[in-house]
Design a protein around this ligand. Sequence first.
Ligand code: SF4
Length: 378
Amino acid sequence: MSGYHRRVFENFPMDRIKRVDKPTTQVEEEKIKRVDERESGFNRAARGDFGAYLKEQRPRFVMKHPISGALGQMQVFLRDIVDGIVAKHKAPIPDDPEILSKHIKELAYFLRADGVGICKLPRYAVYTNSFPDGEPVECNHKFAIAILIDQDWRTSIATTGHDWISNSMSFMAYSASGFIACIIADYIRRLGYPARAHHARNYQVVVPPILLWAGLGEMCRIGDCVLHPFLGPRFKAAVVTTDLPLLPDKPIDFGLQDFCSKCKKCARACPSGALSEGDKIMYNGYERWPTDVEKCTALRVGNKRGSGCGTCIKVCPWNKPYTPFHRTVNWMIRHSGLARTIAIWADDLIGYGKPEPEKKWWFDLEEVGERLIIPKSS
Ligand code: SF4
């Protein structure tokens, strides 16, 4: 193994991001109450809390476009392979947490992850009850491995954020991160340690606090969303929980709290008016910007002119390609408050965040009955 770990395997220079002992937003761990999965916005829509139209649309809002439909079906296939039998004998590998952490991260990058981080699994990040049956959730693993997948910059520049490709961008990243998580969990069980994958069709954990503690981002103005220093909010995540001995990463600070306090571009652009231009609040032990969950869910589930919505992700100034120019700007806004103020002003001036329809590559289609039609909004 000598020299093996000298390889640089990360996609982005996360080693250049400032590490801190606690997340940059307050997390009052003793005050956090575990949440019931049945109470999420999407699950409340399924129950009918937001009216008959959203209840009717909930089962079809992903499946109505054939790309997101195919990706959503892949999620269904991944639903029941999150856990399994643990090998009786431990594999003859080092039990050093530092070596094993590097190894698991390199495995995730081999499987084409765009970001990986590790933290201790906070007890409060585990759901109390599962959707839809309300079964009590038990997940007592010691560690969580978070896996990020980019939703694709090239598609992001083409879309409005709330047209027919929006759900496909989400579900490409959900399916790919879930695929990687299922393989990593299976591999760890073959090494002789318990492990369970958690992905969009079968989470037992709430993801944002895991991303915070695993050093993959800071809380941003977009509701419950963690923003990565190089991907911005343009990713989805899956998680593996395990008892494999691992070395946790530390949270990061790249100036986002100052940036989001000044920027507010997502709140101005949100078609549903769900995001706030106001200050952060404390909610269930977390410091965060408030979001109107009903308005956000209503647009994503009930969108009549597209499939889903990710307008906030599309317009965010941190949603940029990884080019030398944007890497330089990224360095400056991570290190200077003045650079952040100028970058926020320049982002609008240059016209970032506007759709570029000439780059559109997908067909607008909607499944109605058993046929695909051209939607009226096209
Ligand atoms: Fe923060 Fe601006 Fe991105 Fe919203 S658009 S998450 S305010 S940086």
